[in-house]
Design a protein around this ligand. Structure first.
Ligand code: C2O
Ligand code: CU
Length: 432
């Protein structure tokens, strides 16, 4: 394999666009082993896991307010379960073994069925030994289509991930090597994005749905050849479009941007050693009908409005390398406790507004994800900020969130650096 493809150098990879299907209300996903060309042509193909013969799996397109039914067949030789990340769905469809369902055993099938309440960009991934099954490729985009889509020429999904490749193109199996778990997690040495379309014209207006599907890597992004705005985070439309400087995606986070194409388009990840090309969008020809109008906000989400919080809890992230001691029995902990316990971190009445201080008392950033709900990040000014399902809290910083717990059930709350989650940074809340 060619060394120049590896991190710290710039590489342009040959891309195959993923097939796109129209919105459907029934889908079938088969989890299976796949051998796929992840590295550039000329290098070996990589044995990985995928759905329906590919990684990422098919882009599922569904409609808000319409029930969708997804049969997941397990073609692996170990159990699995699939989580529909960011969808505010019924608890029993959330895809979390032990908390919400039994494992899907090898050769077994489970039908997931839910009615997505929000439009936007979501994704699905394994939630069983996910630090390994997701790192091996069990991921795909889940798009809840807009009733009134924005006026764009193309709607393109950009799903990013990384792999810890060996010389022969196979994946390293150090998914739980303790050094990685105690630091930034299993971080790949090869990074790329998969695009759902790979060609546009100069002058086109394009919606890009960026999804960070990597298990542990944070992507500071730069997109060249475009001018435009961020219109949504984690599926939820921003009240007003925002400029694209400081576009950072923690694991599991999404950003929708709407851009006008000015020239060759490159998606770059910024690293200390410079920029690293994740994907190119070929620009071929000119659109004579360039749009003059401003980029407008998407239709606004209908999440419940917070009331005055009735509880204020603190979740302190602890442990890891260069971190303080804690009483948990794994590498990481929340409030001195590692891993899922019989008792939840929080117990809420349905509809209760709760403030949670996420205090990062470690030397690493953490992307904290709550299942079944979106929450508001509270700004420095104390005002409600962005609606998110995953929030990035940097080392030794803290952030308050405010959430209306209106969805009954047992919901996970965990670090989405999946190595940290398996290393103990996971808990749950109960909504009665
Ligand atoms: Cu994206 Cu608990 O998961
Ligand atoms: Cu973490």
């Amino acid at each position: 394999m060619n060394r120049r493809h590896f991190l710290a150098t710039v590489s342009a990879t040959a891309l195959l666009p993923l097939p796109i299907f129209a919105a459907q209300d029934t889908w079938r996903l088969k989890a299976e082993t796949v051998t796929q060309q992840i590295l550039p042509t000329g290098d070996n193909a990589t044995p990985i896991l995928g759905f329906n013969g590919s990684m990422p799996g098919p882009e599922l397109r569904v409609r808000r307010g319409e029930r969708v039914s997804i049969d997941v067949e397990n073609g692996l030789d170990e159990g699995t379960a699939v989580h529909w990340h960011g969808i505010r769905l019924e608890n029993k469809m959330d895809g979390v073994p032990i908390l919400t369902q039994e494992l899907i055993n090898p050769a077994g099938t489970k039908t997931y069925s839910f009615t997505p309440p929000d439009e936007g960009t979501y994704w699905y991934h394994s939630h069983y030994i996910s630090h390994e099954q997701v790192a091996r490729g069990m991921m795909g985009a889940l798009i809840v289509e807009d009733e009134t889509p924005p006026d764009v020429d193309h709607d393109i999904t950009v799903l990013m991930s990384d792999w810890r490749m060996q010389e022969d193109g196979s994946l390293s199996d150090e998914f739980t090597d303790m050094h990685s778990v105690a630091h930034g997690g299993y971080i790949g040495n090869f990074v790329r994005a998969f695009l759902s379309k790979d060609e546009v014209k100069t002058g086109d207006r394009v919606r890009l749905r960026l999804i960070n599907a990597a298990t542990n890597r944070i992507f500071p992004m730069a997109i060249s050849g475009v001018a435009g705005s961020i219109v949504a985070f984690d599926g939820m439309a921003l009240p007003t479009p925002r400029d694209m400087t400081d576009l950072v995606l923690a694991p599991a986070q999404r950003a929708d941007v709407i851009v006008d194409i000015n020239g060759p388009v490159g998606f770059d990840m910024m690293t200390r050693e410079g920029s690293y090309r994740l994907a190119d969008l070929v620009v071929n020809g000119t659109n004579p009908d360039r749009r003059a109008g401003p980029i407008m906000a998407l239709s606004q989400p209908a999440v419940p409005t917070p009331a005055e919080p009735t509880q204020h809890l603190t979740l302190t992230m602890m442990g890891g390398a260069m971190g303080g001691r804690h009483d948990g029995d794994n590498i990481w902990a929340f409030n001195n406790v590692s891993d899922l316990q019989a008792d939840p971190f929080g117990s809420f009445q349905r509809g209760e507004t709760v403030r949670i201080t996420l205090a990062n008392d470690t030397s690493f950033p953490h992307g904290i994800h709550l299942h079944g709900h979106h929450f508001y990040e509270v700004g420095e000014d104390g005002d409600l900020g962005d609606l998110r399902d995953t929030t990035l809290v940097n080392a030794n910083e803290s952030r308050d969130i405010i959430c209306v717990f209106d969805n009954p059930g047992r919901w996970m709350l965990h670090c989405h650096m999946l190595s940290h989650a398996v290393g103990g940074m996971r808990t749950w809340v109960n909504v009665a």
